[in-house]
Design a protein around this ligand. Structure first.
Ligand SMILES: Cc1cc2nc3c(=O)[nH]c(=O)nc-3n(C[C@H](O)[C@H](O)[C@H](O)COP(=O)(O)OP(=O)(O)OC[C@H]3O[C@@H](n4cnc5c(N)ncnc54)[C@H](O)[C@@H]3O)c2cc1C
Ligand code: SF4
Length: 570
């Protein structure tokens, strides 16, 4: 596939729509608004990665790390893996054209229905039926599928055996991954997944249904112009109507690095820079006079999400990716997640949790002996180094992703113009003790030891970490309880504005709008709510678009099995 992005020098002064960020929210907005005939520009801070360009060796991976803390800033600002060190919690997000979809595991789940019965959601979300349509469209374009051979994977079998410890069987996980070669709804040819396990490093095969292979090429086909290396700083009302987005060029051009040195105008602006990015842009805009709800930055949730490990299991699980081209031949790894255990609590939603077995990307392989094999196990380390991490004790290293519910009481703030997460007591959220207990039981059943955090002795410390940041611009009925309304329009908090008045043409459409934890991996819900917001926007402005596929056959016929929904069991 040809590159989608064009040089920043070709950015025009004005567009009908400026979309900031290119993850799920930004991709949907760009595609759907371009399909209405609007002239759309997308500004993305990261770079574009074509299939085959993702890091597959440790030095390449190191070069794609950016680390930020209160007093720390290391690595390129366009590095693919964006790690935010927090005093209460760390956050990992993706940076690049396609956002988090580039480095996620692609697990595509619907939350338990009880999530949407929470009064924090505006009631229209559940009542007008357009969320269902949003999920249907998200499923047509991201095409969640089950790996037909998932149960043959050793890591799946290990999870299934250990599931006896929790009294629930393992089941297959639906993934935004193609297990057969296809032409996708955007008209892009995608080969079948080779089960190399490198999904979280970046799929070098092109089988993962990322935003970069689906919504963004569709946007470009319909005339959208995409620009990378453009980091939005803030926005303000433009003279004569619409909005002006100020951004820093990260492409090495003159003026590089000066905050907000460049700008572009749009009649409509969609902030889709992710939970951290969109909240940061609105916080900075508020400092410069934009009137926004005092809820801005609040209700941050980590989605009860952790990554943890089991070391020393009796049997190998082969849960380290081999990548492409394969670093070792003949290993049975699988996609990053093959199986999961759903623990649904019918009485208390907060206690429901899902545990998925995962795979570490192959580029991390050389680091693993040092991380997991302590001094006392030097012989094990040597064996592992000699035989390669794929054979020694690390062949039985288990990785788990667990997701559940938290109190969503973190707060994002700007300090010295840097976004920080404040959540005193985050590590004492009850969810973490529940997850530790479940994971310890699973790992113990397999004969291994639970390793909660192999980096605890480093600057990572004991704080929890999440790859599912949500909230900061949460939805609400009016500005006293939310930052955006059910259509993702930003509330206007000017003294003379009504309680539910909104800024004309200003939207936030991404993970930031979630008013609470989802309890399942969020990509499908972010996409569904974005599709829903686009349907409302089009209806409000008298626009029309369809989501038809761009090749023979409808998107529905090209896709697989629909979407899994967590069910409450009695
Ligand atoms: C390792 C990992 C594994 C994961 N696995 C799963 C999974 O299996 N299933 C699942 O559902 N979820 C998973 N997630 C989470 C999921 O990927 C995110 O929730 C999702 O990508 C968020 O979508 P979004 O549209 O809110 O924002 P993002 O996807 O984060 O996109 C935001 C985009 O905006 C850009 N941006 C940010 N700030 C600016 C700025 N100032 N100016 C311009 N551009 C900006 C970013 O670079 C990014 O491209 C995973 C995440 C990670 C990191
Ligand atoms: S397992 Fe490999 S080929 Fe399949 S989606 Fe993941 S990275 Fe791509």
């Amino acid at each position: 596939m040809a590159r989608l992005a064009r040089p920043l020098d070709r950015l025009k002064p004005h567009y009908d729509v400026v979309v900031v960020g290119s993850g799920y929210g930004g991709g949907v907005a760009a595609s759907r608004l371009a399909r209405t005939g609007k002239r759309v520009a997308v500004l993305e801070r990261g770079r574009e990665f074509l299939t085959g360009e993702f890091p597959s060796r440790l030095p390449e991976l190191r070069g794609q790390m950016q680390l930020t803390g209160r007093r720390l800033r290391l690595g390129s600002p366009t590095g693919l893996y964006d790690v935010r060190f927090g005093e209460d919690m760390h956050v990992l997000i993706g940076c690049g054209l396609g956002g988090g979809s580039l480095i996620n595991a692609g697990v595509a789940l619907r939350p338990d229905d009880r999530v949407f019965r929470d009064a924090r959601w505006p009631q229209e979300v559940v009542q007008d039926g357009w969320l269902e349509e949003g999920y249907a469209r998200a499923a047509r374009w991201l095409r969640p599928a089950f790996d037909p051979t998932a149960v043959e994977r050793r890591k799946y079998q290990a999870l299934d055996r250990a599931s006896a410890a929790l009294g629930r069987p393992a089941v297959r996980a639906p993934l935004a991954v193609g297990f057969e070669a296809t032409i996708n709804p955007a008209g892009v040819a995608q080969p079948a997944c080779t089960r190399c396990g490198d999904c979280c490093g970046g799929c070098n095969i092109g089988a993962k249904n990322t935003v970069a292979l689906t919504y963004l090429p569709d946007a470009v086909r319909h005339g959208a112009e995409i620009f990378t290396h453009a980091r939005a700083s803030h926005l303000a009302r433009a003279r004569g109507g619409g909005w002006r987005v100020y951004f820093d060029r990260q492409d090495g051009a003159a003026g590089d690095g000066r905050p907000g040195a460049a700008s572009v105008a749009g009649d409509i602006v969609v902030l889709a820079a992710g939970t951290l990015g969109s909240t940061e842009i609105l916080l900075r805009s508020r400092q410069r006079g934009l009137s926004v709800s005092e809820r801005l930055g609040r209700s941050f949730s980590a989605n009860g999400d952790i990554i943890a490990f089991g070391y020393g299991a009796r049997l190998p699980v082969n849960a380290i990716g081999v990548g492409h081209p394969a670093k070792v031949e003949g290993l049975d790894v699988g996609a990053c997640v093959s199986g999961q255990i759903e623990m649904v609590d019918a009485h208390d939603l907060a206690k429901s949790l899902t545990i998925q077995e995962g795979v570490l990307p192959s580029a991390l392989a050389p680091l693993l002996p040092a991380l997991f094999i302590p001094n006392g196990r030097l012989m094990g380390a040597l064996r592992s180094l000699i035989a390669g991490v794929y054979k020694g004790p690390l062949a039985s290293l288990q990785t788990f992703f667990a997701v559940s519910h938290d109190s969503a009481s973190g707060r994002l703030v700007l300090e010295d113009d840097r976004l920080l997460l404040s959540w005193p007591g985050a590590k004492d959220e009850p969810v973490y003790a529940r997850l530790d207990a479940a994971l310890e039981a699973l790992v113990g059943h397999a004969g291994g030891s639970y390793v909660k955090n192999p980096l605890a002795g480093t600057m990572m410390g004991q704080q929890p970490a999440t790859a599912h940041p949500l909230g900061g611009c949460g939805m609400g009925r009016e500005r006293a309880c939310g930052v955006v309304d059910h259509k993702c329009r930003v509330f206007d908090a000017s003294p003379n504005a009504g309680a539910a008045a909104v800024h004309d043409g200003l939207y936030v459409i991404d993970g930031a709008v979630m008013p609470r934890s989802l309890g399942v991996n969020p990509l499908l819900t972010i996409t569904a709510l974005a599709e829903r917001a686009m349907l409302h926007l089009a209806a409000d402005l008298g626009l029309s678009f369809d989501d038809a596929a761009r090749h023979d056959g409808s998107p529905t016929s090209a896709t697989a099995p629909g979407v899994e929904r967590a069910q409450a069991t009695p």
